[in-house]
Design a binder for this molecule. Sequence first.
Ligand SMILES: Cc1ncc(C[n+]2csc(CCOP(=O)(O)OP(=O)(O)O)c2C)c(N)n1
Ligand SMILES: [Mg+2]
Length: 353
Amino acid sequence: MTSTTDDPAATAGPPGIDPATLHRPDGSVDVPTQLALYRQMVRMRKFETRAYDLFMENLVKGTSHLSLGQEAIAAAFGEAMEDQDYTFATYRGHAHTLARGTSMTGVMGELLGRSCGVLSGKGGSMHLTDVSHGVMGSYAIVGAHLTIALGAAWSAQYRGEQRVAVAFFGDGTTNIGAFHESLNLAAVWKLPVVFVCENNMYMEYTPIGSVTAVANPAADRAAAYGLDSILVDGNDADAMYLTARESLDRARSGGGPSLIEARTYRSSGHSRADPGKYRPDAEVAAWKNYDPIVLYRTRLVTRGVSEADLDAIEETADGDVETATVNAKASPAPGADDLLRDVWSDGGSSWRN
Ligand SMILES: Cc1ncc(C[n+]2csc(CCOP(=O)(O)OP(=O)(O)O)c2C)c(N)n1
Ligand SMILES: [Mg+2]
C-alpha cells in the first residue's frame, strides 16, 4: 500500500501552483490499481501519438484534439468508475473513451472514418460515443454536455439507480452559462454528478487567466453552489484516483455533486497541427518535466515495481495500437446504405420520407 501524502513527487506539485492549495485526498492506492493506472495512461499516450502520425498522413478524417499530458485524469476516473456509470466528454475525448474499456480498434476506426469505428465511421474524433461502455457522447459545443450529464444524473436519481454521471470539460467551459446553470441545479437537487474541470491553462489559444476573474476557474467558484473547493494535481495519478473515488462515493451515497478542478497541461497544440507557439517556452519546458507518465513510472519503480513489469505494459500497448491501426486501415469506409442508419432512435427513417 502506498500513500500520496508522503510522496516527494506528489508534494512538489505542478509548476506554478502553491502545493499548499492542492487537495490531498486521504487513503492509499494499492499496487494492482497503480499498475492498472499506468497501463491506462500508457495506452492513451501511445494511441494518441499514433493518431497524430495518422493525422499527418491525412488518414484521420476531420480534425482531432489530443489530450497528451492530461492522461492521469482520464485514467483515474476510468479505474474508479463502475460499469454502470456515465461518461460525458468533450471533443478532446479519445482518452476518456478508451478509459471506459472501448476497444482501440473502435476508436481508431472512428478517427479514420471506417466501418469498424464505434459509430461506423460516421461520427469521427469529436463525437465518440459508446453506450455499451457508458460513454454517452463527446460534445463539440463547449459546455453543452454539462446540462445533458445533469439529465442523466437526474434519471439515475429518479429511478433509484446507483449510477453516477461524470462530465469532463476544460477551463474555458467555466465561463459558459451552461456551467453555472448545471452546477446550480445539480447542487439544489443533490444530483449524482461529478463535474471534472481539466484546467490545461488554455482555451483554443487564449490563456484562461487573461479572461477570468479568479485564479482557479472552477475551484474558486465552487462556494457559489455550496460545494467544496477541490483543486487537485491532475498529473498525479494517485491523487486523481483517490479524489475520483471520493467524489463517486459521495454521489453514489446521496451526497450530491462535486466540482473538481484538475490542474494539468496539454503537451501538444489545441487541435490538428497547432504548434502551440502562443505558450511561453519556459512554461512548456516546466510542464514537460512534470509529465504524468514519467512521474508515475519513477514513483512505481521507487516503490519496488520492476522495470520489466512496466516495460511489458508498454510493449503490450504498442502491440494493441499496431493491431488497432492495421484493423482500421483494413476496414472499409461506410457505404451509402449506412447513411440513414442510426439517425433515428427507432432505428429507421423510412416512414419519415
Ligand atoms: C459554445 C462554443 N463556443 C466556442 C467554441 C469554439 N471552441 C472550441 S474548443 C474551444 C476552447 C475550449 O477551451 P477549454 O474549455 O479550456 O477546453 P480545452 O480545449 O482546453 O480542452 C473553443 C472556444 C465551441 N466549440 N463552442
Ligand atoms: Mg483548456
